[in-house]
Design a protein around this ligand. Structure first.
Ligand code: ZN
Ligand code: ZN
Length: 430
């Protein structure tokens, strides 16, 4: 690989203007490979727990760079270890999975992948959360760290985690011995793109940044029959409609305005035909909160409302409420965040490195903290600068993460992500 030669020559201490200068040159050096890899992953997305080709490609990349690579950790997870003398152990994590979404970006390298989901329904597949970009940055950071071993000491553990979008992969990797079969990290880092900010901005925030999340399926039972003879039935479609509306008053009437909370019904399914009243209707909900108390209050109120609406309609059976997935709030370790953000501000300047507010979204990166490792997730602004300014002026929201139209402004975003990862790793691996 040609680019490795100049990289080795560009060794400089971090923490100086000269260090930042040569880091810029290192990032420019790895960028063509990073962009090609980003486009490859964007074109070839895979759904959660099926990331086999993605994992294989990451494993190949790391092996070529001299990392000791293990695959199949917690399903399709990849672990790459690079030892460089005595010192701390730091983990850098990327996600592998894409979303069941038909891409509508118009990009020349847009995904056209279609697969059958777990229910047998054909779905498009798209990297709409930026995990393709995270993987490309992760490999590029691995490349710079391997080529420039004089700038750090210790053990680097690169973790490619499957199934983030279903908040399952972190736990699967931990249960498969991530912290027993491999060196247990002193710190764990991750970078996630952020559609609230202009391309290249680096975001940090000590404390909670993402929410508790609970995914629920509520099955409402009625009594089916002919659509023209409603008096002989108990109509679960009507119960479901009332339930969806009643659930909206939980946050507005039962939770303090000072406590962030969300109850969203994202899916409602029932019935097959105009003139048949079905036996049941299924609702799928996502429930978000930051504290344990609010989380419990929301879940209790949802169950109460669902049961009461069914009872009000005279249903014979109470609704069935099943928790499909849940994850805990993601909390950035305060001391770690302060240390890394200071290094980032020193290297990149206070204009590029900003304190960013929390979001009502969720992640399973916090599982690593629950397992005893201080964690920090940094953000990197994703939106092309001009577009971002225009949208801010006009007050029109731009497509964000999980939108079929979302895509990051790849060059500045990739470069900023790599830069942030290398600066953070060099700061901690001393
Ligand atoms: Zn996502
Ligand atoms: Zn994501």
């Amino acid at each position: 690989m040609k680019i490795l030669v100049p990289l080795v020559l560009l060794v400089a201490a971090s923490g100086s203007a000269q260090g930042t200068q040569s880091l810029k040159a290192q990032v420019d050096g790895v960028y063509p490979a990073a962009e090609a890899l980003y486009i490859h992953f964007h074109r070839n997305p895979e759904l959660s727990l099926r990331e086999t080709a993605t994992a294989a490609r990451l494993a190949t990349e790391l092996t070529q760079l001299g990392y000791e690579v293990t695959t199949g950790v917690g399903g399709t997870g990849v672990v790459g270890v690079l030892k460089n003398g005595a010192g701390p152990t730091v983990m850098l994590r990327t996600e592998l999975d894409a979303l069941p979404l038909t891409e509508n970006t118009g990009l020349p390298f847009a995904s056209t992948v279609k697969v059958r989901d777990a229910a047998g329904i054909e779905v498009g597949v798209m990297h709409a959360c930026g995990h393709d970009l995270h993987m490309a940055a992760w490999v590029s950071t691995a490349r710079i760290m391997a080529a420039d071993k004089k700038s750090w000491k210790g053990t680097l553990v690169l973790v490619g985690q499957p199934a983030e979008e279903i908040v399952a992969g972190a736990q699967l990797m931990i249960e498969d011995g991530l912290f027993t079969r491999f060196p247990k990290p002193d710190y764990a880092l991750a970078v996630h793109d952020d559609a609230r900010f202009a391309a290249g901005v680096i975001g940090y925030r000590p404390g909670p940044i993402f929410t508790n999340s609970n995914a629920l399926t509520i099955t409402i039972f009625g009594r089916g029959g002919h659509g023209a003879r409603p008096e002989t039935t108990i109509d679960p479609v009507v119960i479901a409609a009332r339930t969806v509306v009643a659930l909206q008053t939980i946050v507005s009437r039962e939770i303090s305005p000072f406590d962030p909370a969300v109850v969203t019904v994202g899916s409602i399914h029932g019935g097959t035909k105009h003139n048949i009243i079905p036996d049941e209707v299924k609702l799928q909900l996502t429930v978000r909160s930051f504290t344990k108390a609010v989380r419990e209050k929301l879940l209790t109120a949802i169950a109460r409302v669902a049961k009461a609406e069914a009872a009000a309609a005279g249903a014979d059976r109470e609704p069935r409420i099943v928790q499909d997935q849940s994850t805990d709030a993601l909390v950035n370790d305060s001391a770690l965040t302060r240390r890394v953000s200071s290094a980032l501000i020193r290297e990149l300047g206070a204009a590029q490195v900003i304190d960013t507010p929390p979001e009502m979204v969720s992640e399973d990166f916090g599982k690593f903290q629950v397992a005893g490792v201080p964690t920090l997730m940094l953000r990197v602004g994703a939106i092309e600068r001009g577009k971002h300014e225009q949208a801010a002026k006009a007050g029109t929201p731009l497509p964000g993460l999980h939108s079929s139209q979302f895509y990051p402004d790849r060059e500045p975003v990739l470069k900023a992500a790599i830069m942030a990862e290398v600066i953070a790793l060099r700061e901690l691996l001393r």
